[in-house]
Write a protein that binds this ligand. Structure first.
Ligand code: FAD
Length: 388
C-alpha cells in the first residue's frame, strides 16, 4: 500500500460520524455505511462536556454547537422529595475557563444532523445494513443486506450496542439488560410558564433507586427535556423503545417534588428505553477490524458520557493512526486501545454505579480531558496488555 489505506466506518451514529469526519479531514478515503434510510429528529437531549467540545472544535462545528445549545451555569443535584440541594457543580464560564471549552446541553437530533453535515455526502451511504465481513490477506470485504459488497483496507465498527463487527471479533452475545429503563420526553417550555416554579437549566432529581435528569435542549430555552433512570426488573418488548405514559411517570415518581410533578403534567409523549451494558471487552481490534463507542463499551447513560466516550474514541483512533502511520494500523489500533481502555472502563463503571455528581465532587478528570493533548501511553510489548 503506497497511498493511505481506505477506511470503512460502519454506523453513522455520533461515534461513526465523528470518526468519518475526522478521517476525511485527515485525508483518508473514508466511506461511512449506515443501516438507517436517514435520520429523524429523535426526541432526546444530550450533554456535551468540554472534553467532547474539543473534538467538535477539531471537526469545525464548535461554534455552531455553542450557538445551538443551552449553556447551564451549574449542574444541580437535588433530593427528589424534599428538593434539598445535594451538589452544585459550576459549569458555564467556570467550565470554559477551567476545562478549555463550553459545557452545553443540546437536542440530540440537532447535534447529530450537524455532525453528519461534516461528512462528505458522496461518502455517506444510507440503507446499508452490514451483515457480514470477510477478512482477506489484503482487504476486508463487507456484505450488506441489500446484497451488495464493498471493500476497504480497514473497517471501523461504530455500529452500536449490537455491533456486527464486535460479533465478528468476539462471537454472538447479547448485551446485558441492566434492570433499569430510561423515560425520555421533550416538553414545550411555554407550558411551564403556567407554574410558579423554578425550572433550572440543568438539574438531576434523585431518590434511592431512581432519578430524573432535566435540562434545556435549545439555546432559546424553548424545549425542556427529561430523561430518567427507573428500575424495571425485565425488558421483554423486543424493541429498542416503547411508548410510555403520564400515568406510568406519575407512578414512578410518586411523592417527588412539585417541579417534577409539573414536568409530568406537561408531558405530551414519553418513550421508555431499556438500558443495556456490557462488561469491558477483552478485545477491541484484530487484524483490519477495530471497534469504537457503544460497539465496545456500552453503558448506562447516567453519567451522560456514552456518546462523549464514542467521540473521544474516534478522535484518539485518528490520532493514533496519524502518530504511528496508517499502514501500521495494527500497531495504531493497539496504541488506541491502550489509551482508551482505562478511561472508557472507568466511565462505564461510574455510569453503572450512578454516583456521578450526586454529591459535590471535582469533575476535572472527565471534563478536563483533552484527547489531543493527553500524553500517549505506549503499550508494553508483552501479552499482559489485553486486560480480561
Ligand atoms: P450509536 O449512536 O448507537 O450508533 C450506531 C449506528 O450504527 C446507528 O446509527 C445504527 O443505525 C448503525 N448500525 C448499527 N448496526 C449496523 C449495521 N449492521 N450496519 C450498518 N449500520 C449499523 N451519551 C452522552 O454522551 N450524553 C448523554 O446525555 C446521553 N444520554 C443518553 C440517554 C439515553 C436514554 C441513552 C439510551 C443513551 C444516552 N447516551 C448519552 C449514550 C449515547 O446515546 C451512546 O453512548 C452513543 O449514542 C453511542 O454512540 P455510537 O456511535 O457508538 O453508537
Amino acid at each position: 500500500m503506497t497511498q493511505k489505506p481506505t477506511i470503512a466506518v460502519i454506523g453513522a451514529g455520533l461515534g461513526g460520524a465523528a470518526a468519518g469526519a475526522l478521517l476525511q479531514q485527515a485525508g483518508y478515503d473514508t466511506k461511512v455505511y449506515e443501516q438507517a434510510p436517514g435520520f429523524t429528529r429523535l426526541g432526546a437531549g444530550i450533554h456535551m462536556g468540554p472534553n467532547v467540545m474539543k473534538v467538535m472544535r477539531r471537526i469545525g462545528i464548535e461554534d455552531s454547537l455553542n450557538a445551538m445549545g443551552s449553556h447551564p451555569d451549574e449542574w444541580f443535584s437535588r433530593d427528589g422529595r424534599t428538593g434539598d440541594y445535594q451538589s452544585r457543580i459550576p459549569l458555564g464560564e467556570f467550565a470554559h475557563a477551567q476545562y478549555g471549552a463550553s459545557y452545553i446541553t443540546v437536542h440530540r437530533g440537532d447535534l447529530h444532523e450537524l455532525m453528519v453535515s461534516a461528512l462528505d455526502p458522496r461518502q455517506l451511504h444510507f440503507n446499508k445494513h452490514l451483515v457480514d465481513v470477510d477478512e482477506r490477506d489484503d482487504k476486508v470485504v463487507m456484505t450488506f443486506a441489500d446484497g451488495t459488497t464493498e471493500e476497504a483496507d480497514i473497517v471501523i465498527g461504530a455500529d452500536g450496542v449490537n455491533s456486527r463487527i464486535r460479533e465478528k471479533l468476539l462471537g454472538t452475545e447479547a448485551p446485558t439488560y441492566s434492570g433499569w429503563v430510561a423515560h425520555r420526553a421533550i416538553i414545550s417550555a411555554e407550558k411551564l410558564k403556567a407554574y410558579d416554579l423554578d425550572f433550572e437549566a440543568c438539574v438531576k432529581w434523585w431518590s434511592e433507586d431512581r432519578h430524573m435528569m432535566v435540562y434545556f435542549v435549545t439555546g432559546d430555552e424553548k424545549e425542556y427535556y427529561y430523561v430518567t433512570g427507573v428500575p424495571e426488573p425485565e425488558w421483554n418488548h423486543g424493541t429498542s423503545f416503547v411508548e410510555s405514559s403520564r400515568d406510568e411517570m406519575r407512578a414512578a415518581f410518586d411523592g417527588y417534588h412539585p417541579t417534577v410533578q409539573a414536568l409530568i403534567d406537561c408531558t405530551e409523549t414519553v418513550t421508555k428505553w431499556p438500558l443495556l451494558e456490557r462488561n469491558p471487552l477483552p478485545l477491541w481490534h484484530e487484524n483490519r477490524l477495530v471497534l469504537l463507542g457503544d460497539a465496545c463499551h456500552p453503558m448506562k447513560p447516567h453519567m451522560a458520557q456514552g456518546a462523549a466516550m464514542a467521540i473521544e474514541d474516534a478522535a484518539m483512533l485518528v490520532r493514533c493512526l496519524e502518530e504511528v502511520g496508517a499502514h501500521q494500523y495494527q500497531e495504531a489500533f493497539e496504541l488506541y486501545r491502550h489509551n482508551r481502555f482505562e478511561r472508557a472502563s472507568r466511565v462505564q463503571q461510574v455510569s453503572h454505579d450512578n454516583t456521578w455528581l450526586r454529591e459535590d465532587e471535582d469533575p476535572a478528570w472527565v471534563f478536563g480531558y483533552d484527547v489531543y493533548e493527553v500524553p500517549l501511553k505506549q503499550p508494553a510489548t508483552s501479552t499482559e496488555e489485553h486486560v480480561a
